[in-house]
Design a protein around this ligand. Structure first.
Ligand SMILES: [Zn+2]
Length: 101
C-alpha cells in the first residue's frame, strides 16, 4: 500500500533542506485543502474576477492589521505590582495608583 503522506513529505524534503520553508509549504497546502472543501474549487479553477480577489485580499489585510495591533498591545501591556491593574501604556507609572511600574 502506498503511503501518500510519506510520498508528499519526501517530495517536500527534496524541494528544500530548510525546515522553516517546509513548514510554510505544508501550511499553505493545508490551507489549500481547506479552501477546496470550503469553496468547492481550487484556486486554479476559480475564475472569479479581479474585484473578488481584491476584496478577499483587503479582508485578509484587515485581519493582519488587527493581529498586529493585538500583538503590539500585548507587548506594551504592563501590570502594576501594587494594584494588579493591567494597562496598555508606554508610561512607567500606573495610571490607577500612580506607582512606578
Ligand atoms: Zn497601580
Amino acid at each position: 500500500m502506498i503511503d501518500k503522506d510519506k510520498i508528499y513529505l519526501d517530495s517536500i524534503e527534496r524541494l528544500t533542506n530548510d525546515k522553516t520553508v517546509r513548514n510554510v509549504i505544508n501550511k499553505i497546502n493545508e490551507r489549500s485543502n481547506i479552501g477546496i472543501i470550503k469553496y468547492g474549487t481550487t484556486l486554479e479553477q476559480n475564475k472569479s474576477d479581479i474585484q473578488y480577489w481584491l476584496k478577499h485580499l483587503q479582508e485578509e489585510l484587515f485581519d493582519a492589521a488587527l493581529y498586529i495591533q493585538k500583538l503590539i498591545e500585548s507587548e506594551t501591556s504592563k501590570t502594576c505590582e501594587n494594584c494588579k491593574v493591567q494597562m496598555n501604556e508606554t508610561c512607567n507609572f500606573c495610571s490607577n495608583c500612580g506607582k512606578e511600574i
